[in-house]
Design a protein around this ligand. Sequence first.
Ligand SMILES: Cc1ncc(COP(=O)(O)O)c(C=O)c1O
Length: 460
Amino acid sequence: MDFETIIEPFKIKSVESLPITTSDQRKEYLEREYWNVFGLKSQEVTIDLLTDSGTGSMSSEQWAAIMRGDEAYAGSHSWQRFHEVVSELTGYKHIIPTHQGRASEKILATITLKEGDIIPSNSHFDTTRANFEFANAIPVDLLCEEGLDLLSPSPFKGNIDLEKLEELLKSEDSDKVPFVLMTITNNTGGGQPVSMENLKKVRELCTKYNKMFLLDACRFAENAWFVSQREEKYKNVEIREITKEAFRLADGCTISLKKDGFGNIGGILAFNDDELAEAARNLLILTEGFPTYGGLAGRDLDALAQGLKEITDRNYLEYRARSISYLAEKAKNAGIPIVQPAGGHALYIDAKNFVPDIPSHQYPGHSVACEIYLIGGVRAVELGTLAFGVAGKNGQPDTPATHELVRLAAPRRTYTQSHFDYVGEVLEKLSDTKDKLKGYEILEQPKQLRHFTAKLKPIS
Ligand SMILES: Cc1ncc(COP(=O)(O)O)c(C=O)c1O
C-alpha cells in the first residue's frame, strides 16, 4: 500500500481497561515499594513499558490454538505441532522446550561450563550473564566500536568486534572458550541489530578455531527485519528466509519465546550436537519436565507454534519498528538524548547525558525511571549501574556500568499510536522537570540481579 501512515496491522477484539491514577497516588505507590518500579502492582501502572517479555497480545488464531492444546504427558499433539514449526524455522536437530529463556540458559550453563571458562558475546543479557557467573565462568562482552557509541547512527550496532573475538580465540585462553554466543537483537546494547555479514564472520571464526557457535535469538524476527532494511544483499529476501539463514549459521540457540514467539511464556534450547542434547534432556527432566513439554502446558506449545508462524509477517514487523521510531522522534523533539538509531523493541534514554549531575553510584537512570512513573504512570526500567554495576563493598561506591540507560520497551501488539502520543507527552514533561531530579541510595539489595528487588530512597 502506498500510504504515509503505517497502521497497526490488526483490529482489537478484546480489551482491558487501563488504570488512570493521580500523581498523589503514584507517589504513595512508589514510596510504599521503596522506590522500585518492579514492586508496583499492574493496576497502578497506566502504560507498562517495563518489558516486551511475555506481555504482548495473542492473536485470535493463537487463542484458537490454545483450545487445540493436547495435555498428554508424553508425545502430545501440541508438542508435535510445536516441534514441526521450530524445526522448520531453526533447522536444529534437537529442540528442547523450556518454560522461558533463563531456564534454557541455566541448563546450557550447567552442561557446558566449568570454573574459569570464558564466554565471548556481542553483549550478554543480564540473566545470561548471571547464569554463566553462577557457574563460575566469565562472560565477556566484545561489542563493536559503533555499539559503544550510544549516539552514532550506524546500522548494525549490535555486531561483535571480530578482531577482539579472533584475538581471544587465538590467545592462550582459547581453551577456556566453550562457545561463542551472539545475542540478536542486542538487548543490553540498546536493542540494536546484528548484520548477517557479522554472523557469517563469527561462523567462520568458530569453524577456524573449532568452537561451538550459539545464538541468543529472543528477537530473531526483529533482527531479520532490520537486516532486510539495512543490508543491501537482503533487501528483497523474505523475512522468514533471512531468519532461517541466521539460525543455520549457528550450531544451536537459546530463545525466550516471550519475545518473538508471541507467547506469554515459553523457551527453547536447541542444538545439533547429540551428546549435548542428551545432557540437556537429562537435566530438563530433573528441572523442567518431560522432553515433549519441558515446563509448558500443551496449550502453551500450541499458542507458540502459531505465534512463531505469525511473527515473521512483514506488515507486523514494519509497524513494530515504526512504533519505536515514532516514540524516539517524540523523545528527541522533547530534547531527551536517546540511543540511536531507535532499537527494535524499545526506546533507550541516555540518562548519563540527560541528568549529568547525578553520578553513576546514585543511579541516574533509576531516578529518570521513577520520574517517568510519577509524571504519568508509565513504567520504564533502569538498565545502568543499578542493573549492571558491581555493588561497592564496605561503604565504597559501586563500580559503574558502561552506560546509564532507561528502557521503555513496547509489548507486542498491545498499545496503539495514541498510547505512544501519551508517552511522548510524559517525556516532554520529564524534560521540563529534569533539573529537579535527585539521585537515589540503596537501603537493601540482594546479591544477584539486584535491580529487581533492591530497596531504595531518594537522596534529599
Ligand atoms: C536477550 C535476552 N536473553 C535472554 C532473556 C531471558 O529470557 P526470559 O525472560 O524468558 O527468562 C531475555 C529476556 O528479556 C533477553 O532479552
